[in-house]
Design a protein around this ligand. Structure first.
Ligand SMILES: Cc1cc2nc3c(=O)[nH]c(=O)nc-3n(C[C@H](O)[C@H](O)[C@H](O)COP(=O)(O)O)c2cc1C
Length: 152
C-alpha cells in the first residue's frame, strides 16, 4: 500500500498556505508517496485515519493555533481515539511575533493522540515567508522519504 502524507493547514491570508504548498512540492519529489494538502475545515476524521503521516500548518492566532485547525482536532479527538498512535508528524507555525503558544497547543494535542514528533516545530516569522519556502520544501521531502523508507 502506498504511504500517504496529509498536509493540513489553515490560512487567513496567504502565508501559511504558501508554506503548506511548498511542503507539498517538496514531498512530491518522493515518487513513492501520495500527498494530500488541504484546509483544516475541509478535513475529516476519515482523512486523518487514511494518512500515515502529517504536517500541520497554522498561523498563530490569539496566542494559539488557528481556530479552524483546533476545530479539526476537536471534531477528531474522540472519534479517533488511539488509532493514530505512533504515526509521525511535524508542524509549521507562521507568527507575527511569537508562535510558541500555537506550537504548544499542537504538541499537547498530538501527545494526546499518541502521534510521534519527528521534527522540531518550525516557527516562521510572517515577514520571512520567501526565506522559508525552501525549508518547508525540505520538511515535506523529509516527511515523505521518512515515511516511504520506513525511517519513521
Ligand atoms: C486574528 C489574528 C490573531 C493573531 N494573533 C497572533 C498571535 O497571537 N501571535 C502572533 O505571533 N501572531 C498573531 N497574528 C499574526 C498572524 O499569525 C500572522 O499575520 C500570520 O502571518 C498570518 O498567516 P496567514 O497569512 O497564513 O493567515 C494574528 C493574526 C490575526 C489575523
Amino acid at each position: 500500500m502506498q504511504s500517504r502524507l496529509l498536509i493540513v493547514y489553515h490560512s487567513h491570508g496567504w502565508r501559511t498556505e504558501a508554506l503548506a504548498s511548498a511542503a507539498m512540492a517538496g514531498a512530491q519529489t518522493c515518487l513513492e508517496i501520495e500527498v494530500h494538502c488541504q484546509r483544516a475545515a475541509a478535513t475529516s476524521v476519515d482523512d486523518l485515519l487514511a494518512a500515515h503521516g502529517y504536517l500541520f500548518a497554522t498561523p498563530e492566532c490569539f496566542g494559539g493555533m488557528s481556530g479552524m485547525l483546533k476545530d479539526l482536532f476537536e471534531r477528531a479527538y474522540y472519534p479517533i481515539g488511539d488509532r493514530l498512535a505512533g504515526r509521525p508528524y511535524a508542524c509549521v507555525v507562521v507568527a507575527g511575533q511569537d508562535g510558541q503558544g500555537a506550537v504548544q497547543g499542537i504538541e499537547r494535542i498530538a501527545r494526546g493522540l499518541g502521534l510521534k514528533k519527528v521534527q522540531e516545530a518550525s516557527i516562521v516569522p510572517s515577514d520571512q515567508i520567501e526565506l522559508n519556502r525552501q525549508n518547508c520544501e525540505e520538511l515535506g521531502a523529509t516527511l515523505a522519504f521518512g515515511l516511504t523508507s520506513g525511517l519513521f
